[in-house]
Ligand binder design. Structure first.
Ligand code: MYR
Length: 280
């Protein structure tokens, strides 16, 4: 049985890595006024952040259409028997639901949609694992079962410089009164049941990052091998600094650096930082 792995652009897996592992990708888009750009294809993260600075209008985002995903599945059906389709959390985007609908429409390929319930490199971790297992010839059911096992230890905590982006885009699940109080501080955010919610209210960025590092350290204390990733929104030096701190503190945490690209950057704003991890 030949199984393909498809993800969306918000995993931000670099093109060379996608090519190496045969990972297929469907893009989400950012829209500036009348102009729409498919991220990772028409616009890079650097171009996006510089365009935001020059533009009078704030960008919007959109998910891929069901038709676009159906076309991709149909294309894949020529070479594969099945496809695992891994997407950003269904609580923040309709992409996963679009993959489910497209999967119900196509014939000639078994479609297994997977809701990562998170996004960015945490989603990427699922994708890389699935791609490796698919290459080993593992069956889709075995791959999905491993992804669900990974979900039990997958964590992602992040902070933003300005919460109004998340609030404006309707992606912050918190009552109006709570949002008001959060705007004064630097809350640590995370996903619960597919949605973004505040984890803890913290006064300063420095303390919020320290708290995220503590949460990782609590996990690392258990002594198991951890795969982690620091993610930044156009602040690579800050990302590198965090990565170095993690490397110096824990020898059984393998850590990489990734970025919040255009679509996620639209909702988090420049300067956001996050760390995600799972127990290997
Ligand atoms: C769409 O238009 O369908 C895309 C909406 C994307 C919302 C993004 C919200 C922020 C996600 C933060 C992920 C942090 C992962 C560690």
């Amino acid at each position: 049985m030949k199984t393909a792995v498809l993800t969306d652009s918000t995993a931000y897996i670099p093109e060379d890595v996608r090519k190496k592992w045969g990972i297929h990708m469907v893009p989400l888009s950012v829209i500036f006024g009348e102009e729409s750009y498919q991220e990772e294809i028409d616009i890079t993260a650097e171009e996006f952040y510089s365009k935001v600075k020059q533009s009078n209008e704030l960008p919007k985002t959109s998910q891929p259409s069901i038709g676009m995903i159906t076309d991709l599945f149909e294309e894949l059906s020529k070479d594969y028997d099945a496809v695992i389709s891994i997407h950003l959390s269904s609580g923040i985007s309709g992409t996963y639901q679009a993959a489910v609908s497209a999967g119900n429409m196509v014939e000639g390929i078994e479609v297994y949609p997977f809701d990562s319930e998170i996004s960015c490199m945490a989603q990427g971790f699922y994708v890389l694992e699935a791609a490796q297992m698919a290459r080993e010839g593992r069956r889709p059911e075995a791959i999905l079962s491993r992804l669900n096992e990974m979900k039990e230890t997958m964590r992602g905590y992040f902070i933003v410089d300005d919460l109004t982006h998340l609030h404006r885009g309707g992606r912050l699940s918190a009552g109006q009164a709570l949002v008001g109080s959060l705007l004064q501080v630097k809350p640590v955010l995370h996903f619960v049941d597919t949605k973004i919610v505040p984890f803890e209210k913290i006064r300063t960025k420095k303390k919020a990052l320290k708290r995220i590092l503590e949460l990782l350290a609590e996990e690392a204390q258990k002594g198991k091998q951890i795969e982690a990733c620091v993610i930044h929104a156009n602040v690579p030096e800050e990302g590198e600094k965090l990565k170095k701190k993690i490397e110096e503190a824990h020898d059984h945490v393998h850590v990489t650096l990734s970025y919040f690209g255009p679509v996620i950057g639209t909702h988090l704003g420049e300067g956001a930082l996050g760390i995600c991890w799972y127990i290997k």
